[in-house]
Structures are given as C-alpha cells and as structure tokens.
Design a protein around this ligand. Sequence first.
Ligand code: CU
Length: 183
Amino acid sequence: MRTTRSLALTLSLSVLTASLAILSSPATAAERATATIIDRDGKAVGAATLTEGPHGVLIHVAAKGLPPGPKAIHIHSVGTCEDPDKGFVASKGHLNPHAKPHGLMNPEGPDAGDLPNLFVHADGSVEAEFFTTLASLTGAGERARILDEDGAALVIHENRDDHLSQPIGGAGPRLFCGVIEAQ
Ligand SMILES: [Cu+2]
C-alpha cells in the first residue's frame, strides 16, 4: 500500500516537473511573433508573422501601398521603429551576433538578418513567405536570437539587395519598418 502511494506521488511529481520544464523551456517561450509594418509617415501598410520552426523561422509578409519592384528586406537588430521621419535608423544594423559580412551570396556571409528580396506588384501590393535558418525567435540551436533584450525589427528598403556588396547590398534607404513582437 505504501509502495503504491509513493509510486503515485513520484509519478505526480514527474508529471509536474515535466510540465514545468515545458513551460520554462526557451523553445516554447515564443513560438510566434508579429510585426505591424509602418511607412515613413508612421502609417501602417502591412503586417508580418514570424513562426518558430524546428530549424528556423517562417516569415510571412503582406503589405499594400509600396513602390513597385524589388525591395530588400532584412531583420535589423533593435526592435524600434520610433523614428520614421529619420528613416528608421534607430533599428540599427542587421541582426548579426556572429559579426558576419552581409550577403546571402557572399562566401564569407551571410549575416543573420539577411533575407531574399521582396518583389512588389505594379499595384503596390506584396505577399511573400520566407524561411530563414539563420535566426530563431528564441535563439534555439545557437541561431541568432530575434527576441533578445532589445528585440528586432523587420525593415524594407528602397532598392534590391544584391546579396553581396557591403554593408547592405546596395539596399538604399529604409522605407518601411515593423517592430517584431512576441505573441
Ligand atoms: Cu536592412
């Protein structure tokens, strides 16, 4: 009788411990984040959703009212878009904890904020989905942590990223910005 009771207690404690481990695990701390994308007037033009996967982050972007054509999009290292009138420089440089040179096609790169280009339709709309294995919302697998102490922002530039030249692939000024926020 006593053995049965202590076994039950042990099992309960195990379940409790496992539950606590799941609750406190970094991998489950933030599975999803969103960003409202604003323009240089501070007006919302679209949104992004970032979903943590086992090997990287799936990024969905949808926006309207953008200038047509190819546009660089990157993860920048500080989660603020507080300075639309100054061109979103407060979001700082790319998410790049490993100090790699910029460029998906750079043999020495890429930095962790690099992404493929967006292509905006003639009507100014865009919808795209990216997957990056270079970053993680939580820093899982030693990938660059998006939701660190100072957060991160998704930034859309005026020009195409050539994926090679320094410092930002010729991407030009920052036209749009979205603070990445955990859900
Ligand atoms: Cu950028």
